[in-house]
Design a protein around this ligand. Structure first.
Ligand code: CP
Ligand code: NVA
Length: 303
């Protein structure tokens, strides 16, 4: 493992396996009421330039369960929101804390924060990737399916931050990946370049029916991400026909799972019926954010 966790295109299959195995172990310990073997009193700085429910709560609960403490820093009331440079913030937080988690817009900001910090930095969502989310998703798929290699993972909808991480993470874990996005909403070119290293394992189409065929897991996400609220109407038109509904699910493997990072816009990217039918998997996925992030903090801070 590197010093930081910034994006899934940086992680090897061994890195991901180590994170998932550690997450499984920490989850089992927590369920059994066994104390984790982790040094007490570690502090996590939690920088948020965007809204959050799951990420904030799961990181804060996670560091607490590891015997440490989380400090919530929103742009609204920290000096970051008034323009203090990221490299100065990095050097200051490195003097007080043991790890920094950041949710922001530009991936470059996270890269700069990591470059100027002497402590580990974790990307908790940028416009480019959402690595913690997809690690939790892969953990959930492994729990439900028993293994990952050879499964067909499908993405329907916007080629956004979660899609970028899903492509990188699933391909690295030996899964086949099919993506259905409208023209103009495809995954980042850097991710498509990464996917090109897996010949025969990756397909990109604008036909959801083609991508969903024989899928073992279908992923989707909102059509307008945080920061794109003004494009909502335009996006609703562009993604018409990209809904995960009964007709699409009928093309997938009969045991096909659903993964949705949440929050969901039911009636848009997914019908309420399909969502509720797969609620167990979707809320297992939300729970696994906690376990996977504890594993990431455990591995990065224990060094
Ligand atoms: N899935 C996810 O990251 O949720 P939040 O935006 O609530 O943190
Ligand atoms: N793509 C969504 C994910 C939210 C967890 C967003 O960036 O808003």
């Amino acid at each position: 493992m590197k010093k930081d966790l910034l994006k899934l295109i940086d992680l090897s299959a061994d890195d991901i396996t180590l994170i998932l195995d550690t997450a499984d172990k920490l989850k089992a310990e927590q369920k059994a009421g066994i104390k984790h073997d982790f040094p007490a009193g570690k502090t996590l700085a939690m920088i948020f330039a965007k809204n959050s429910t799951r990420t904030r709560v799961s990181f804060e609960v996670g560091i607490f369960q590891l015997g440490g403490h989380g400090i919530f820093l929103s742009n609204a009331d920290s000096q970051l929101g008034r323009g203090e440079p990221i490299e100065d913030t990095a050097r200051v937080l490195s003097r007080y804390c043991d790890c920094i988690m950041i949710r922001t817009f530009e991936q470059e900001e996270v890269e700069q924060l990591a470059k100027h910090s002497t402590i580990p930095v974790i990307n908790a969502l940028t416009d480019f990737e959402h690595p913690c989310q997809v690690l939790a998703d892969i953990m959930t798929i492994r729990e439900h399916k028993g293994a990952l290699k050879g499964l067909k993972a499908c993405w329907i909808g916007d080629g956004n931050n979660v899609a970028n991480s899903m492509i990188a993470g699933c391909l690295t874990c030996g899964m086949d990946v099919s993506i259905a996005c409208p023209e103009g909403y495809r995954p980042d070119p850097q991710i498509l370049e990464f996917a090109a290293k897996f010949p025969g394992k990756f397909t990109l189409t604008d036909k959801p029916e083609e991508a969903a065929k024989a899928a073992d897991v279908i992923f989707t996400d909102v059509w307008a991400s945080m920061g794109q609220e003004e494009e909502t109407a335009k996006r609703q038109a562009a993604f018409k026909g990209y809904q995960v509904n009964d007709a699409l699910m009928a093309l997938a493997n009969p045991s096909c799972m659903i993964q949705h990072c949440l929050p969901a816009h039911k009636g848009e990217e997914i019908t309420e019926k399909v969502f509720e039918k797969h609620a167990q998997e979707i809320f297992d996925e939300a729970e696994n954010r906690l376990h996977v992030q504890k594993a990431i903090m455990y591995l990065l801070m224990k060094k």
